[in-house]
Design a protein around this ligand. Structure first.
Ligand code: G6P
Length: 607
């Protein structure tokens, strides 16, 4: 997501802040800014686009005087990527500047209250409420104002603050968003990511949730949430810069696989309030929904497969037929669409050319368009009637992981939301909401319960081909699993609906042919089991994905991957995780360039 840096010491702060921000560029961002304190005055410089623009604006920082400052790279969430929305944000009296990572969930109500009290807002961001709250609560003690402010915030934050009345001091606070303090000699730092620190110091302190810090050039004080000073361990970081960017992982893909519990949580949290699914971004009335007789999902690549996985939940809960079409096909197929069609467009980047074209075509024919997008302010987001952001954070590996799982999560939430509006799921409502709320935990378990996948990869990596089979959601997830495998390991891998095997593909099954069988739905398990038996009778090696205590499958499969037991309506988000891990380890075994596979691009903006 966004990046934070802070510096205080005898050197000029701006060049150091700019260097730090450059180290955070890999995380993705769309605007940047710094605030530097010179004596009792704070100067702010912000730009849209690259850090190079900020360097140009400030003569590489040389034009900005002062030894204490904070900097930020913003990856837009609340409000478009403009310089007004870029951080740092200033208080109305100009005494405080704030940078923030995370999302303040209750910012709307705080903003309304602050406006009624006379505070003036310059941006559309959730962050700006923080700096006005600090001004409001400041009575001469910044730490007290910060504690009072953070008590009012719901959501996640890493905060960097400077106050014109306290030259030379940096303030920091953290809740559910990383913030690390760097200990230098006669100078100190903070950053949201150790990458920005290792060029200066390897001695760091990791702030924990609820903690605050005050840094001057020669001291660091840390306080708990009640303001009592605490002692924290100094940790020596041994990572080099490249390893630090990847959070210590060898590849971004693994980092992003591991980020999925948090990413899925970020998708869900703002959409479940008091046990109800809410979408503040959608104002579709029940009457309008009742008028919809068809849901059409369109997308490309993994986003298309996310649609395939979400279709089952949408149909089951909403009782509306759902079709999923590849955008590149839909745009030329003269689709039958009218004002009774609801189009759901899915795109991580929001810039995929075919997706944009298909969306325009359907919109022109009268469909209402909901976009499920990760990148704020992207073309798909702008063109849609309604935009639901996935909040997955920037994805760097070309092969999507958290992008896909958060897309499927949005479709699950939409299924419950629509079905409720249509009055269809009164009794099961609470059960469904709970199932979706459990997804981050189940995703974590799916990561934790499969250490064997690394050695399974050693067994399967040299196969000529891999076949994936499954039914319904298992089939949809097979499609994405096979895509992950071919994208990064270059192994020929294909997914088939398990029942279709006997209509052709079974001819390819021979001695030791690996077949990856997804069996995660109790209701249709017997059927897939028959297909497993069929391929085994022809010599296949079966690697099954199922529940740990599922005796039926465990006893026939040659090898196993597991997921926790989960309602099959919402299982897609969890089932994909072991397949991502399998693709990753097979690719690693084959010595492939995992984060940048050959011939592929992260965002395909041409037809
Ligand atoms: C490219 C990427 C895929 C992605 C697809 C659609 O092919 O490599 O990972 O699924 O585009 O991208 P979008 O940004 O529209 O989701």
């Amino acid at each position: 997501m966004c990046g934070i840096v802070g510096f205080t010491g005898a050197q000029n702060a701006a060049p150091i802040l700019l260097e730090g921000l450059k180290k955070l560029e890999y995380r993705g961002y769309d605007s940047a800014g710094i605030a530097v304190m010179d004596g009792n005055s704070i100067s702010v410089n912000k730009v849209t686009g690259r850090i190079a623009n900020l360097c140009e604006k400030t003569d590489n920082g040389k034009a900005v005087k002062g030894g204490t400052g904070i900097g930020h790279t913003r990856w837009a969430t609340h409000g478009a990527p403009t310089s007004e929305n870029a951080h740092p944000h200033l208080s109305n009296d100009g005494k405080f500047a704030v940078v923030h990572n995370g999302i303040i969930e209750n910012y709307m109500s705080l903003r309304e209250k602050l406006i009624s009290e006379g505070y003036h807002f310059e941006s559309e961001t959730d962050t700006e409420v923080i700096v006005h709250l600090i001004e409001k609560y400041y009575k001469g003690n910044v730490r007290e104002a910060l504690i009072k402010t953070t008590n009012k915030l719901r959501g996640s934050y890493a905060l960097g603050v400077i106050c014109a009345e306290n030259p030379g001091t940096l303030y920091a606070a953290r809740e559910a968003s990383p913030l690390i303090l760097g200990l230098g000699t006669d100078e100190n730092y903070f950053a949201s990511d150790v990458t920005a620190l290792v060029a200066h110091t390897r001695n760091v302190i990791y702030l924990e949730d609820g903690e605050f810090a005050e840094l001057t050039a020669d001291s660091i004080k840390i306080f708990d949430c009640l303001g009592a000073e605490i002692n924290k361990k100094v940790v020596r970081v041994m990572w080099d810069v490249q390893a630090a960017e990847k959070g210590g992982y060898e590849h971004f893909m693994m980092k992003e696989i591991k980020e999925q519990p948090a990413a899925v949580k970020a998708t869900i949290t703002p959409r479940i309030k008091d046990g109800k699914v809410v979408f503040d971004e959608l104002d579709i009335t029940a009457d309008k929904l009742k008028n919809i007789n068809k849901i059409l999902i369109t997308a490309c690549g993994s986003a298309y497969y996310a649609g395939c996985a979400g279709k089952y939940a949408l149909e089951k809960l909403c009782n509306i037929p759902v079709s999923v079409e590849l955008a590149s096909e839909l745009r030329y197929s003269e689709p039958i669409i009218d004002e009774h069609t609801l189009l759901i467009v899915i795109s991580q980047s929001g810039e995929t050319a075919d997706t944009i074209a298909a969306m325009k075509e359907c919109k022109q024919k009268g469909a209402a368009v909901i976009a499920v997008v990760n990148v704020v302010g992207s073309t798909v987001a702008k063109l849609a009637d309604y935009t639901v952001y996935t909040w997955a954070g920037p994805e760097i590996a070309v092969a999507t992981t958290k992008g896909y799982t958060t897309q499927v999560t949005v479709l699950y939430l939409l299924s419950i939301y629509f079905a409720d509006k249509l009055g269809l799921i009164k009794e099961d409502y609470g059960k469904y909401v709970k199932s979706v709320q459990s997804l981050p935990r189940f995703v974590q378990q799916a990561i934790d319960m499969n250490p064997q996948i690394e050695s399974l990869a050693k067994k399967y990596h040299s196969s000529k081909a891999l076949f994936f089979i499954g039914r319904n959601t298992d089939y949809a997830v097979s499609l994405e699993g096979a895509l992950k495998m071919k994208e990064i390991s270059y192994l020929h891998s294909e997914a088939y609906a398990a029942g279709e095997l006997k209509h052709g593909t079974i001819a390819l099954i021979e001695e030791h042919q690996p077949v990856i069988a997804l069996c995660c739905n109790e209701n249709i398990m017997e059927k897939t089991l028959s297909n497993i038996v069929e391929v085994k009778a022809r010599g296949a090696e079966v690697l099954a994905l199922t529940f740990r205590n599922n005796e039926k499958i465990v006893s026939v499969a040659d090898d196993l991957m597991f997921i926790p037991e989960i309602d099959p309506i919402f299982s897609g988000v969890v089932e994909i995780v072991p397949l991502q891990l399998l693709a990753y380890f097979v690719a690693k075994e084959n010595g492939c360039d995992i984060d940048k596979p050959k011939n592929l691009a992260k965002s395909v903006t041409v037809e």
